[in-house]
Write a protein that binds this ligand. Structure first.
Ligand code: MEV
Length: 421
């Protein structure tokens, strides 16, 4: 269990060198020696870990490991690890989190971790009466399902409910959705196991041919909800707040805008999910399917004017795990978990939803005021200036140790190999 002592406010973190940032973050989150060593060696994973994760591995592929600051969720401070290649995403999330922090922080809640195991049957002779027959044997199906996942059941989780849906009477196609509480796991393996275990019993009850036995990536009973308030004074005044509310309404009215709005929201969710070793493809699939579930694609979040401020809300299905193989698969993910310090999958889902709201707020704020490009360029100039400042300081503080590289000491792309005397 990680010690829960975090200060998510690290003003001016961007001004420091990568090494100093690692030290500051490690201090703020009381990280272990292992995590500090991970930062000190520049992060990454070794090729043998990579080889054990995938197939035909020939090398590793890197991404920046960044830390978003300023998050308060349910009155707790969080430093959020983010792995993303797109500039501004981390700065934007941290900046919006600071504004929300000034107004009390984010609040989030998540349903129990109910995943859906699907069993497909075709050519069922009497699909219409199948539902009642299966319902009558639900306890038996739960027992068979639970027996296939004994460790989960030992921890107090397992099969909870089922539903039968006839998809085509003509072809006798029906699906049994089994709802399984997977606790702190993401749960994909677990529900796949349940689906395979119960399928022969279902077939013995109603006949037909067994089709697919697999989880659904639309976990409608595993939704996360988050809310935050930002005061006009924190967001840049009532005109900016009005602009954000109008931008939100635009997304509610127009599918083309809703998709981009959601992309900005998912910038934050995905970046944190990647750093935390989560299955971001399943997160994306579920979130977007949910947006279109009523037949018209909607924004994942909305922003409304409230007295002297704005209120942002989101509500969507989110399957993430705080235990299990992927959470310890490599040093990067272990470090990410040490940083974020969540004690359950539900807490993790809440944090990710708030990072989504923060990313979305930052994007809408920029779009509703100065436009997105100015912020990008300001950030870019700030980074260049900070780098120049660092190198000026290094030159001032270090005795002259290095001589200029000779032409034969340059690599093929012109970068100098390290030359010390
Ligand atoms: C860019 O990655 C995300 C934005 O397009 C989101 C938005 O338009 O709301 C800026």
């Amino acid at each position: 269990m990680t010690t829960r002592r975090v200060n998510a406010r690290i003003p001016g973190l961007f001004k420091h060198s990568v090494e100093e940032r690692g030290r500051l973050v490690a201090e703020s989150a009381s990280l272990s020696d292992r995590a500090r060593a991970f930062f000190a060696r520049g992060g990454g994973i070794d090729v043998s870990s990579a080889d054990s994760m995938s197939e035909n591995v020939v090398a590793t592929f890197g991404l920046p490991f960044s830390v978003a600051t300023n998050f308060i969720v349910n009155q707790r401070d969080y430093l959020v690890p983010m792995a993303v290649e797109e500039p501004s995403v981390v700065a934007a999330a941290s900046n919006a989190a600071r504004m929300v922090r000034e107004s009390g922080g984010f609040f989030a809640e998540c349903d129990a971790s109910i995943m859906t195991a699907q069993v497909q049957l075709d050519d069922v002779p009497d699909a219409r009466s199948a539902s009642a027959l299966i319902e009558a044997r639900r306890q038996e199906l739960f027992s068979v399902g639970d027996r296939s996942i004994p460790k989960m059941v030992d921890r107090g989780f397992g099969c909870r409910d089922l539903a039968v849906r006839v998809l085509s009477e003509e072809h006798g196609v029906l699906v049994v959705d089994l709802f399984v509480d997977v606790g702190d796991a993401m749960g994909a393996n677990c529900v796949d196991t349940v689906a395979e275990a119960v399928a022969p019993i279902v077939q013995s009850i109603v006949g037909g041919r067994i089709g697919l036995r697999i989880l659904s990536n639309l976990p409608l009973r595993r939704r996360v909800r988050a809310v935050c308030r930002v005061d006009d004074s924190a967001i840049g005044g009532p005109e900016v707040a009005d602009g954000i509310a109008r931008a939100s309404r635009f997304a509610e009215l127009d599918v083309f805008r809703a998709v981009t709005h959601n992309k900005g929201f998912m910038n934050g969710v995905d970046a944190a999910a990647v750093a935390l070793g989560q299955d971001w493809r399943s997160i994306e699939a579920g979130a977007h399917a949910f947006c279109a579930i009523d037949g018209r694609y909607k924004p994942l979040s909305t922003w409304k004017r409230v007295e002297h401020g704005l209120e942002g809300r989101c509500d969507f299905p989110l399957a993430v795990g705080s235990v299990g193989g992927s959470t310890t698969a490599n040093d990067a993910v272990r470090t990410a978990f040490e940083l974020v310090k969540v004690e359950s999958a539900r807490e993790l889902a809440g944090v990710l939803a708030c990072v989504g709201l923060a990313s979305n707020l930052a994007a809408l704020r920029a779009l509703a005021s100065e436009g997105i490009q100015k912020g990008h360029m300001k950030l870019h100039h700030r980074k260049v200036e900070a780098a120049a400042q660092r190198s000026r300081e290094e030159v001032r503080s270090e005795p002259p140790r290095a001589r200029a590289p000779q032409p034969e000491e340059l690599t093929s792309n012109g970068a100098a190999r390290t030359v010390t005397q």
